[in-house]
Design a protein around this ligand. Structure first.
Ligand code: 13P
Ligand code: SF4
Length: 299
């Protein structure tokens, strides 16, 4: 299968991009693996004609929105992030009426349609930096409640309005489980993704995107870490740090959508290209703007 994938990649001038949460066997064959920000930005720099995206829908959509001329094919068309849909468009309109100067800040884990109603996108790696650069005092943060609250706690000068979206994988990590893991591994540092609940973030030694968590563990002098995010990240953590130990507080840190993708899906996507990302032109034009603004402000 690997040989067939390699041959087709060359024949079609295709690049395989994967998120840290996909299965090990997919990360192994990917040309690039990264967090949401890295993958979105990378897509704007690649010379490949076709991008095979191993991740959930919003990631492929972002790559397409930033590169409308490129063919972006999802490795699994129905791998979707439930949080990406957790915004009521009518509420956005209501908040805009109520707060005329509001900035609608949209976590990249959102559909293209939702992005089209937003002012700027952010990822977990740059949300704080970008929101702090906005001139607006009123911020409506969508869809994730946890990331919004995490950013708000560090920017008391702004007025935040929150939405009730959440990630079931991250909010499923309970404080008690983290405390238990700390008790079992007293020397371990706790690394958490900002989609986790506030009471878990309070226990963390470092908070960041998947790439930032990997960098922290790689650069730290510590040898043991408790990992509060989806466990696909263990592949890269262990690859980069074969002599360090990583522990999971629970057995449920598993994103079933990310795990739909297999080597077989990648091969099928390369052969058929039938899950190309297609977006409505009007939505595309509007949804690309907040993403481009993110790339500018993240610099
Ligand atoms: P990162 O941007 O940190 O990779 O996170 C993406 C994601 O879906 C977290 O659940
Ligand atoms: Fe969405 Fe959560 Fe999966 Fe990330 S881990 S893709 S936020 S469901």
């Amino acid at each position: 299968m690997r040989e067939q994938i390699e041959t087709l990649k060359k024949e079609k001038n295709a690049a395989v991009l994967a998120h840290y949460y996909v299965a090990d066997e997919v990360q192994e064959i990917a040309d690039y693996v990264g967090d949401s920000y890295y993958l979105a930005e990378l897509a704007t720099k690649l010379s490949a004609d076709t991008i095979i995206f191993c991740g959930v829908s919003f990631m492929g959509e972002s790559a397409k929105l930033l590169n409308p001329q490129k063919r972006v094919v999802m490795a699994e068309a129905d791998a979707d992030c439930p949080m990406a849909h957790m915004v009521d468009l009518e509420r956005i309109a209501k908040i805009r009426d109520e707060y005329p100067d509001v900035a609608v800040v949209c976590y990249v884990n959102s559909t293209a349609e939702i992005k089209a109603y937003s002012d700027v996108c952010v990822t977990s790696s740059n949300a704080l930096k970008i929101v702090s650069k906005l001139p607006n005092k009123d911020i409506f943060f969508i869809p994730d409640n946890q990331l919004g609250r995490y950013v708000a706690a560090q920017l008391p000068q702004k007025h935040f309005i929150f939405n009730d979206g959440y990630c079931h994988v991250h909010t499923g990590i309970e404080k008690e489980a983290v405390l238990k893991a700390k008790e079992l591994h007293p020397l371990a540092k706790v690394l958490a993704h900002p989609e986790c609940k506030e009471e878990v973030l309070e226990l963390a030694d470092a908070i960041g995107s998947t790439a930032q968590m990997i960098d922290y563990a790689t650069n730290a002098g510590d040898r043991e870490f408790i990992i509060c995010t989806e466990l696909g990240i263990l592949y890269e953590l262990s690859r980069k740090n074969p002599d360090k130990r990583f522990y999971a507080p629970t057995h449920n840190q598993f994103c079933s959508n990310m795990k739909k993708i297999t080597q077989e899906s990648v091969l099928h996507a390369l052969q058929s290209e039938d899950a190309g990302v297609l977006l409505d032109t009007a939505v595309s034009e509007r949804a690309g703007l907040p993403l481009k603004r993110m790339l500018e402000l993240a610099k």
